[in-house]
Design a protein around this ligand. Structure first.
Ligand SMILES: [Zn+2]
Length: 290
């Protein structure tokens, strides 16, 4: 059931767990994530990126999510969110299309410019009763910042986080605390560290603001639970899901080179994705909460 993100997050705060936010690109990945949520009785955020909107069309991907949320998910709460909106225009289009949450990512801009664009997006969102997520500090990919010390200058500064939230009015905040975006970290088996002290300091300064952990593919259960104890309420996973889905697809095509029916080719990939998402939902503690 398509539900406002507020309801998912409020329950996560009350019962001390985090909501998984998983990227979907088409019918098949949407089915994979939703089937996992149904099986685990878990609330879930489905998020789309601007690239997905370019690929599938905003109306098509929104309709797919709405239909699956209604017809497959039953009473399982599902929220629809825009991941990494880069412009006011793309944010506004998603708000008008019925998303209950959007991200405006101006994290590459200087802080004051980030505040101006984020506030503009958050104000528009709030007029339509939609939640806004901002990002302060920048979550880099491994190829941009290899070591913890290279990532440090881009990390969220706790006192700035407080100012940012007060001035923009964002509902949720994506933080950079050592977390990494992208596929390289997984291909290289990089050991992702999180700066939990920094996260804890941010959480203590803005205890009412649910924090968002981007780039969480590859983080182990111990790191996830430390993050959840320190204010993380939304955990974004994308890369690991893509690798699983395409990996299963590749294996299936390889094993049966004569296969020609899309349904036969895609079904095992949907199942593999659902299996992985189920594992992630259990690690976040959101299973059996819906
Ligand atoms: Zn991200």
């Amino acid at each position: 059931m398509l539900t406002h993100i507020r309801e998912l997050i409020n329950d996560a705060i009350k019962n001390n767990y985090a909501i998984g936010a998983f990227n979907v690109e088409n019918l098949e990945t949407t089915l994979g994530v939703v089937r996992a949520a149904v099986k685990q009785k878990s609330p879930v955020i489905l998020q789309v990126s601007e690239r997905t909107i370019e690929y599938a069309g905003l109306k098509a991907i929104t309709t797919i999510v709405e239909c699956i949320a209604r017809d497959e998910a039953g009473k399982i709460p599902i929220a629809l969110h825009l991941d990494h909106g880069r412009s006011f225009r793309s944010v506004a289009e998603c708000i008008d299309a019925g998303f209950s949450s959007i991200m405006i990512d101006a994290s590459e801009m200087p802080m004051q410019e980030n505040i101006i664009l984020t506030k503009q997006a958050a104000d528009y969102a709030h007029r339509k009763e939609v939640w806004a997520q901002g990002e302060l500090g920048a979550v880099k990919a491994l190829e941009e910042a290899m070591t913890m010390s290279q990532r440090k200058p881009f990390m969220t500064r706790p006192e700035e986080a407080k100012e940012f939230v007060e001035k923009t009015g964002v509902d949720t905040l994506a933080v950079a605390v050592g977390n990494i975006h992208g596929v390289i970290k997984l291909r290289q088996g990089a050991n992702q560290e999180l700066d939990i002290d920094r996260l804890s300091e941010i959480h203590q300064l803005i205890p009412e603001t649910p924090l968002v952990l981007h780039g969480a593919s590859g983080l182990g259960p111990a790191q996830l639970s430390a993050a959840i104890k320190n204010g993380i309420r939304i955990v974004n996973m994308n890369t690991e899901l893509k690798l699983e889905f395409i990996g299963a697809l590749r294996k299936n095509l390889h094993q049966d080179p004569d296969a020609y029916d899309p349904r036969q080719v895609f079904s095992p990939a949907i199942e593999a994705l659902a299996e992985l998402v189920g594992k992630k939902l259990r690690a976040l503690g959101s299973n059996q909460k819906a």
